[in-house]
Write a protein that binds this ligand. Structure first.
Ligand code: ADP
Ligand code: ZN
Length: 819
């Protein structure tokens, strides 16, 4: 039965984490049949029996053992190379422990999210027929296979009912009689690949002439495609040319090919030669490469003011690692908003780039994964979930805008990709490079304690000055006009900047027209029936909308309570700012960038292109405008309300305010003209604002660290937020109290060396969300293992009761944006 070494009773076994996971089982053991033994390695997907089903699983361990019970066999090995390298598997194990989840959960939610759990293997007859003798089972299999067409193995299994099916298929495949393949997952309906247009043949002079006279649109399109040469033109660049292209294809002049959206190589980006690094850039690059070439794990924090050229540091370091055969993983907060960066990476590294963003269909994501696993792509750029991408021979991990909250996953497995990036680099023995103009307080503190190495780019490229920042004290210079939005100084600056031909950015972190409606007589405010929030008024659609659950209601003319015609709107949103600006600057080209104006596919891309190419004079937007864009024409930035975030009940309120202001200010003066930034505030003396006005990150740190230390907040402690929710408020509260009691008894059992404290339970800041009542408990300690020692048993103690009462418990380790 067994082959190779080992005593006769020992058989090869595999520990398989099956997907979806079985609660309470990290993995299950299966026997490995000798035909599969030489192929099966850790990190591969396998097909295994589970009850009466066949499910996919990942091999997470192998051994030789003398099993106590009869083990069922692994049916098939689904990968030729491990899908998960050992460093990645190690990362998943870490994530399972650290985030108090399980390996199966991590694998299914983070790694295989969107990938098919059930295998879709297909089998077809090879082109040339069988020329060897077949066994009887093999004959039966071949009889069931139609010529040419592949059949799913699961379908075949229903016709050929034999436990030897998979082994026989494998043997037939090895002799070249059948071909086993994996059917790619069906692309989700809304995902579309980009089309690429290329010249099929050169048009004759006659044809060009005729087109110019009879079909000028086709002629113009054809000229674009001719100019592009081999690279072709993507449908994203020629969005409106659909019918023209199709007509050209019918004429046999143009070919249309589908390709993944990941090669957003804009013509301009491809043409640019990389600049030679400045001295400061070179120092940073060298430091990272010294670690990379020594295969040494080290974490670098690159702090570079906005416009200092951090991207070039990432690219040079990546280039070197790739040149020496290593793989690179680069994380960005959002693809849509960092499109320029993605385009540059695409232009620099071409087809060896795999792009992993959240709008990929499962099929597209799967394709990118396989390209990485097969080493066709060696640099992955993507959003937080890309931290689990199978980058081969990982030699460098880069996290751009490391402070960004988008790295934190807020449901399912609540992980922070920035933090996991460091763990992954450690597992792979390579450097991690975190970059930001406004690093998180946690990362900065790590440079003070020596855990990370600080790198700095102190100046903007070409010594361009940072913009001047003025704080406009609304107590002294109140908003004027109707509606009252801007202080006079700001309205004047916007008018002047438009007259001077500059572009202006107006930032307000609230979309919609008005914050809420209120009745002037009875005081009633329409609220969401599912969430404890007021409904936001949108003028154009005349809807009241909940920005949490998307509840919508046609805005009533009369107060629903007292029927008075007295509903008025309060608070300003981006829609209202846009309308007010149109009235104030009737001839300026004004546009709005927020989630409402970018809901349609391609809309974000178009807005950003128009902004970059100066087809927009004034752009109003939410925090979407604060990130990443490098638009040289922007000379004025106006912040309508700096205090919104500052007044949040969150210990990171000052840090987040500083980050937001510094980032939005950083959009100004990136070209030849210097920039000016005006910030409206009622708290002009708060250090978050004064530090932002001086571009002084260290002033923020000096004020912030002592406070965090005094209150025992991160980075001086670790927090875990336990959130409970359910539709019955009494049951949620009851469970929250029981959990808090269990936690407190756990804390009392701790040795004196490990201390932890329990805060709460208390209703969550948003007490009701999507119809569910929410409570939370905070656990605090300096030591992660202590947190686990307290929390795991407490959760187990209430688990059954919670389930029977319909209360969900979520564990949020290192929460972001609470309190
Ligand atoms: P950051 O990410 O730090 O805000 P960017 O990477 O966007 O800054 O760089 C700002 C601008 O400077 C970009 O237009 C970039 O092309 C340019 N740049 C970067 N490095 C150099 C260099 N060494 N020489 C000239 N221009 C550079
Ligand atoms: Zn709601």
């Amino acid at each position: 039965m067994t082959s190779g070494a080992g005593s006769p009773e020992q058989i090869a076994t595999a520990d398989v984490a099956v997907i979806p996971p079985i609660p309470g089982h990290e993995s299950l053991s299966y026997a490995v049949p000798p035909v599969l033994e030489h192929r099966l390695r850790e990190g591969m997907r396998v097909l295994v029996p589970l009850g009466r089903r066949r499910v996919t699983g990942i091999v997470v361990g192998r051994s030789r053992a003398t099993p106590a019970v009869d083990l069922r066999p692994v049916l098939d090995v689904l990968d030729d190379d491990p899908l998960l390298s050992s460093d990645l598997l190690e990362l998943c194990r870490f994530a399972a422990t650290y985030y108090m989840s399980s390996l199966g959960e991590v694998l299914s939610t983070a790694v295989l999210a969107g990938l098919r759990a059930e295998s879709r293997r297909t089998v077809r007859l090879a082109a040339h027929g069988p020329n060897t003798r077949l066994g009887s089972l093999e004959q039966e299999i071949v009889r069931h296979l139609p010529p040419e067409r592949p059949v799913r193995v699961s379908t075949l299994a229903r016709m050929v009912r034999s436990s030897g099916l998979h082994a026989s298929l494998r043997s037939l495949a090895e002799r070249g009689i059948v071909v086993l393949e994996e059917e790619p997952p069906v692309a989700a309906a809304r995902a579309r690949l980009e089309r690429v247009y290329r010249l099929a043949r050169h048009p004759t002079a006659d044809e060009l002439d005729t087109l110019a006279r009879r079909a000028p649109a086709q002629r113009a399109t054809l000229d674009r495609i001719r100019e592009a040469g081999d690279r072709g033109v993507s449908s994203a660049v020629l969005p409106a040319a659909d019918s023209a292209v199709r007509a050209l294809a019918v004429r046999g002049l143009v070919t249309i090919e589908r390709r993944e959206v990941y090669r957003p190589v804009t013509e301009a980006a491809a043409a640019l030669a990389p600049p030679s690094p400045t001295t400061a850039q070179k120092q940073a690059i060298d430091a990272v490469l010294a670690a990379a070439s020594a295969a040494r794990f080290e974490t670098f924090l690159l702090r570079g003011v906005t416009g200092s050229g951090k991207t070039e540091v990432y690219l040079r370091a990546a280039e070197d690692v790739l040149a020496r055969g290593g793989g690179v993983l680069m994380l960005v907060p959002e693809i849509g908003l960092t499109h320029a960066l993605v385009a540059v990476v695409g232009a620099r590294f071409g087809p060896s780039v795999a792009l992993l963003h959240s709008a990929l269909s499962p099929g597209e994501r799967w394709d990118e994964w396989r390209r990485l696993a097969r080493r066709e792509a060696r640099i992955a750029i993507g959003v937080r979930s890309a931290i689990f991408a199978p980058v081969p021979d990982l030699g460098l991990v880069i996290v751009d805008e490391e402070h960004d909250g988008a790295y934190k996953q807020e449901d399912g497995l609540r992980y922070n990709a920035r933090d996991l990036a460091i763990v992954r680099a450690r597992n792979a023995s390579c450097p991690a490079l975190l970059g930001s103009a406004t690093p998180s307080i946690e990362s900065h503190r790590a440079t003070l304690t020596g855990r990370y190495r600080a790198l700095e780019l102190a100046d903007r490229i070409e010594r361009r000055p940072l913009p001047t920042v003025e704080l406009v004290d609304l107590r002294i210079e109140p908003p004027e006009g109707t509606p009252r939005i801007f202080a006079r100084r700001i309205s004047d600056a916007l008018a002047d900047n438009w007259a001077a031909g500059g572009q202006s950015l107006v930032f307000l972190n609230r979309r919609g027209y008005a914050n809420y409606l209120q009745c002037g007589v009875c005081g009633h405010v329409p609220g969401c029936p599912n969430c404890t929030v007021t409904l936001t008024f949108h003028l154009r659609s005349r809807l009241l909308r909940c920005h949490h659950c998307n509840y919508r209601l046609l805005a009533p003319d009369l107060c629903p309570e007292c029927s008075g015609p007295t509903l008025r709107n309060f608070g300003v949103g981006t829609e209202q700012v846009e309308i007010a600006l149109r009235a104030a600057l009737p001839r300026a080209r004004i546009a709005r960038l927020d989630r409402d104006t970018t809901a349609k596919r391609g809309a974000l891309r178009r807005l950003l292109d128009d902004w970059r190419e100066r087809r927009i004079d004034v752009l109003v937007g939410t925090q979407m405008v604060t990130k990443g864009h490098d638009v040289p024409g922007v000379t004025l930035v106006a912040v309508v309300a700096a205090d919104q975030v500052l007044n949040f009940p969150d210990f990171r309120a000052a840090e987040r305010t500083f980050q937001m202001l510094a980032q939005v200010a950083g959009r100004a003066g990136r070209g030849d003209q210097p920039g000016r930034v005006l910030i409206q505030t009622y708290r002009p003396t708060h250090y978050a604002l004064t530090a932002a006005a001086k571009h002084d990150f260290l002033e923020l740190v000096d004020r912030e660290l002592p406070q965090r230390e005094a209150l025992g907040y991160p980075p001086f402690s670790r927090l875990v937020n336990l959130r409970l929710d359910g539709v019955d408020s009494a049951r949620v509260e009851e469970l929250a109290r029981a959990l808090a009691d269990a936690l407190r008894s756990g804390v009392r059992l701790l040795p004196p060396s490990g201390a932890a404290s329990v805060i709460g339970p208390a209703p969550a800041p948003l007490e009701r969300l999507r119809g569910r009542y929410r409570w939370q408990i905070l656990v605090k300690s300096k030591d992660p293992p202590t947190l686990r020692a307290v929390i795991r048993p407490a959760l187990e103690a209430i688990e059954r009761r919670a389930r029977s009462r319909g209360v969900r418990v979520a564990v949020d380790v290192d929460p972001y944006g609470v309190l």
